[in-house]
Design a protein around this ligand. Structure first.
Ligand code: PEP
Ligand code: MG
Length: 906
């Protein structure tokens, strides 16, 4: 812990600088930096973030003792530079006390303005400034803020009226005044006294008259605000550690409320919504900072062009605009020129879009804050590419400037922002697959298909989904499930389709029978509208309009830049030619996983599949498989063609067979009819497939080993498709992957079957196609015996969904029942099915990659679990030297950016 607790700024020789965010918080560090480069900032000092942690360790009394000498010296420093005195009645200094963490947490913590006022100081100041209205306006604001923040005089509950607002309304009524700014000096004085009385009544505490006592109260209140509810929630959402703490910056007050030559405002060096290179912002004449954000008075635009655009949107004529709502550029041209010059200087200094706060006191401009501005995904890409073109940053920096996760916003439909603000959130689930969706509720996959065919937009609401629901999911705008985590069937399939999905919404009570879903006591019927935000996991009642995403040329330029630096390639998980094409358009360099089971559900395929399952002899199975073969061949041909010239990794059948048979009576009756057997026969077979623990049961290569004819059929389908394409002059590059290997002998056995089938196909077609045989590594034992497995496998594909499941021992479909508690109690920091657990599962992967390459130095290694599209996991894969990551089509750009960032970071 650094010993220096307080850093001064304000004489052009600040003790801190922009690099000291960790110690001084973003605000403190940038105030110091601005001071260094000649931007006018009021003098002040910053108490370090370490002191915030100390506050929580040693308590208020002790931290005040530890800080006392430094803080008193720092107050002297401000007094000297401002030529006035804290607490002095004739020539007083007032200060603001502001929070500021390492990462920006806009509006989450507290700030106190006008500190140092009491009755005597106010009277002296009124005389000195000859502006009693300004002084008493500042005073009543200070008492209110101090009451709220330091003395914690918050409304008791949501329905409780803010006691200060109640008093203001009462005084305004008595004086016949409508706007706060029209209150007289006497009114304002009355407010101060009434506020103080209200504080005493509610909190039992006296408002402190001593400015030093006020200062300590405010400093400690800022420390406390680090742990307020909204700050904690914000940190959770943004992944900001609780240990960082907030710094406290105390600086001389400058006043935007000293009359018509004073003002206050917020501005951005570029447009944070779309990235346009246009200085913009809002300001208010004769106001203090909080007035701009509070929405009581309508702020005006800073630039003329901004003002003109605003007026156009509001339907205000140019004449009226100039007369009533002039921009700062027009109303205060000199100040505007200075402001414009400084914003440009700051952007060039920080080489990034700046978000700034300023105050004009009687014609003099002061900067109170600058930070890199928050922005949308679209603005993020545009600004990075523009700054690159303008020569302000280099290529590697442009790559680093973009957050992979935020690219998502650019790829999926989004809600119309205006509509969203009026929408009602009715439930919260997991953000399983991003984007926005809106449609009429249906509860069955068949209904989804039917309604869709009849021209309706539908949202499929299920307790959980199964592979049988695939067609319905494809027809729906979005999917909502009561159960299931981020790697549940619904989530994985939806992400693959680029379809919005919210899963694991515990509050849903679905009744398939009544076709209703009850949420918090409200019942929604089939046909009612519902809207989903798959990016946040929020569910809305009714119809919230959506709009499609548009991809700009900047996006392509960023992606090309990524390819220039990356070492880790990105493939896609795709089961259809359409998905393969989408992914290829997003830059996928092949397919890392085709799950063949998804192909068995369409049309007649499921009938043949069920026939195969029902058969109790090899001959019976072979007969059914012979019917499946042409379907499979056609499916594989489509995918190999879509990925022509790029590798396509096809996995042999993986899920347990019970997933292919109906479990409801109606379905079983249909099956009996289709198969021409009795219902009892069907039920007997379905019962015999039941397992206590299907994910650890008869699935993966265990199916291919017990029924080698399945492996043979699938191999023939893959290689026949490839032979036909080759004959058509195409360049198919198939890879055949064996799932769920735990022992080397499993792989050996399956390889024999594959090689035998291959020989037959090549003899039949009279040509050969090169192909590789590899394996999934998704059972810990496979990872631990990677050296043995590599002697038989040409490549490893890490199935991190199952590997996470089996390493942690958490069922991937049931984690939703305890994950929220685990996250809340900090047993887990994140959902390990979303973010690769590098310490455990990652260690196993790294071991397997290294061991495998000891035996086979050119062993190709990739990841195909859901982590293959999650930025930190992709970076990990790049760092340990994997060859590729494979993810759902809509995550391909995200993985490409993360992979490039990993290369640049190296
Ligand atoms: C995995 O387990 O990570 C994997 C890709 O396979 P699946 O999700 O189909 O089980
Ligand atoms: Mg798996």
């Amino acid at each position: 812990m650094s010993q220096k607790r307080v850093y001064l700024f304000g004489n052009g020789k600040a003790e801190g600088n922009a690099k000291m965010r960790e110690e001084l918080g973003g605000k403190g560090a940038n105030l110091a930096e601005m001071n260094h480069i000649g931007v006018p900032v009021p003098p002040g000092f910053t108490i370090t973030t370490d002191c915030c942690n100390e506050y929580y360790q040693v308590g208020q009394q002790k931290i005040m003792e530890l800080l006392n000498d430094d803080v008193m010296a720092a107050v002297k420093h401000i007094e000297n530079l401002m030529n006035c005195k804290f607490g002095d009645a004739q020539n007083p200094l007032l200060v603001s006390v502001r929070s500021g963490a390492r990462a920006s947490m806009p509006g989450m913590m507290d700030t106190i303005l006008n500190l140092g006022l009491n009755d005597e100081v106010a009277e002296g100041m009124a005389k000195k400034t000859n502006n009693p209205h300004f002084v008493y306006d500042s005073y009543r604001r200070f008492v209110q803020m101090y009451g709220d923040v330091v003395l914690e005089m918050k409304p008791v509950n949501k329905t409780d009226i803010d006691p200060f607002e109640e008093i203001i309304e009462k005084v305004k009524k008595e004086s016949g005044v409508v706007l706060d700014k029209d209150l007289s000096v006497e009114d304002l004085k009355k407010l101060v006294q009434l506020f103080k009385a209200a504080i005493k009544e509610r909190t039992g505490k006296d408002f402190p008259n001593d400015p030093i006592e006020q200062l300590w109260g405010a400093i400690c209140a800022v420390f406390r605000s680090w742990m307020n509810e909204r700050a904690i929630l914000y940190r959770k959402m943004e992944g900001i550690p609780d240990e960082w703490g907030t710094a406290v910056s105390v600086m001389a007050m400058v006043f935007g409320n000293m009359g018509d030559t004073s003002a206050t405002g917020v501005c951005f060096s570029r447009d944070a919504a779309n990235g346009e290179n246009l200085f913009n912002g809002e300001y208010l004449v004769n106001a203090q900072g909080e007035d701009v954000v509070a929405g009581i008075r309508t702020p005006q635009q800073i630039t003329k062009i901004g003002s003109q655009r605003w007026a156009e949107r509001a339907g205000i004529s140019e004449e009226e605009r100039v007369a009533k709502y002039p921009s700062m550029e027009e109303a205060m041209p000199e100040i505007y020129a200075e402001l414009n010059g400084i914003q440009d200087k700051l952007e060039h200094h920080y080489h990034d879009m700046q978000d700034m706060e300023f105050t004009v006191q009687e014609g003099k401009l002061w900067f109170l804050q600058t930070r890199n501005g928050k922005r949308t995904g679209a603005a993020m890409v545009k600004i990075a590419i523009d700054l690159l073109h303008e020569g302000m940053i280099d290529e590697k920096t442009a790559i680093q400037r973009c957050e992979p996760q935020k690219l998502d916003e650019l790829l999926h439909p989004v809600f119309d922002k205006k509509a969203l603000s009026a929408a009602k959130v009715i439930a919260q689930g997991l953000p399983a697959s991003p984007g926005a969706a809106c449609g009429q509720i249906v509860f069955h996959a068949d209904d989804a298909k039917e309604w869709h065919e009849n021209g309706h937009k539908v949202v499929l609401v299920r307790i959980e989904t199964s592979p049988e629901d695939l067609a319905g999911m494809a027809a729906a705008e979005g999917i909502l499930t009561a159960r299931g985590g981020m790697t549940s069937h619904a989530a994985v399939v939806a992400r693959g389709m680029g379809k919005c999905c919210v899963s694991g919404v515990g509050a849903l009570n679905v009744s398939y029978k009544d076709k209703t879903v009850e949420i918090d006591g409200v019942t929604y019927k089939e046909g009612d509208f519902i809207s989903l935000n798959g990016t946040t996991g929020q569910v809305y009642a009714g119809e919230v309009p959506t709009k499609a995403a548009e991809l700009s040329g900047d996006f392509k330029e960023l992606m090309d830049l990524c390819d220039k630096y990356t070492k880790l390639q990105v493939r896609t998980n795709a089961d259809t030619p359409h998905d393969a094409q989408v992914a290829r358009a997003f830059g996928a360099k092949g397919i890392g996983l085709t799950r063949t089971e998804h192909m068995f559900f369409e049309d007649q395929k499921i009938v043949a599949m069920r026939e195969m399952i029902l058969a109790d002899s090899v001959a019976g199975r072979e007969k059914a498989l012979a019917k499946l073969l042409p379907y499979q061949k056609a499916d594989f041909k489509g995918i190999l063609e879509a990925m022509d010239g790029l590798p396509v990794n096809i996995r042999l059948l993986d899920p347990p067979l019970h997933e292919f048979v109906p479990h409801d009576l109606a379905g079983q009756q249909t099956m009996a009819k289709e198969m021409g057997v009795s219902l009892e026969e069907i039920q007997r077979r379905v019962d015999s497939l039941a397992e206590n623990n299907p994910m650890l049961g008869h699935r993966g290569c265990r199916l291919g080993i017990t029924f080698p004819e399945i492996t043979a059929m699938q191999t023939k389908a893959i290689l026949s498709a490839a032979c036909e394409l080759k004959k058509e002059g195409k360049n198919p590059m198939p890879e055949i992957m064996v799932p769920l290997i735990g022992t080397i002998n499993e792989l050996k056995q399956q390889k024999e079957v594959i090689q035998y089938a291959a020989k037959e196909v090549f003899a039949e077609y009279g040509i050969e196609v090169e192909f590789e045989i590899g394996t999934m590594i998704e059972i810990p034992r496979a990872a631990l015996t990677a050296d043995l497995i590599a002697s038989e496998a040409q490549y490893f594909s890490f199935g991190t969904n199952d590997l996470t499941q089996m390493t942690f021992g958490y069922s991937r479909d049931d984690i939703a029942s305890f994950l929220p508690v685990y996250l809340d109690k900090k047993i887990l920091k994140v959902d390990p099915f979303q973010v690769l657990d590098q310490k455990g599962v990652g260690r196993l992967i790294k071991f397997a990659v290294n061991e495998g390459r000891e035996v086979r130095p050119d062993l190709r290694c990739g990841i195909c679990g859901e982590h293959g599209g999650e930025p930190s996991s992709v970076k990990f894969c790049a760092k340990i030297g994997m060859n590729y990551a494979s993810c759902s089509p809509f995550r391909v750009p995200i993985a490409r950016l993360a992979a490039a960032q990993a290369a640049v970071e190296e």
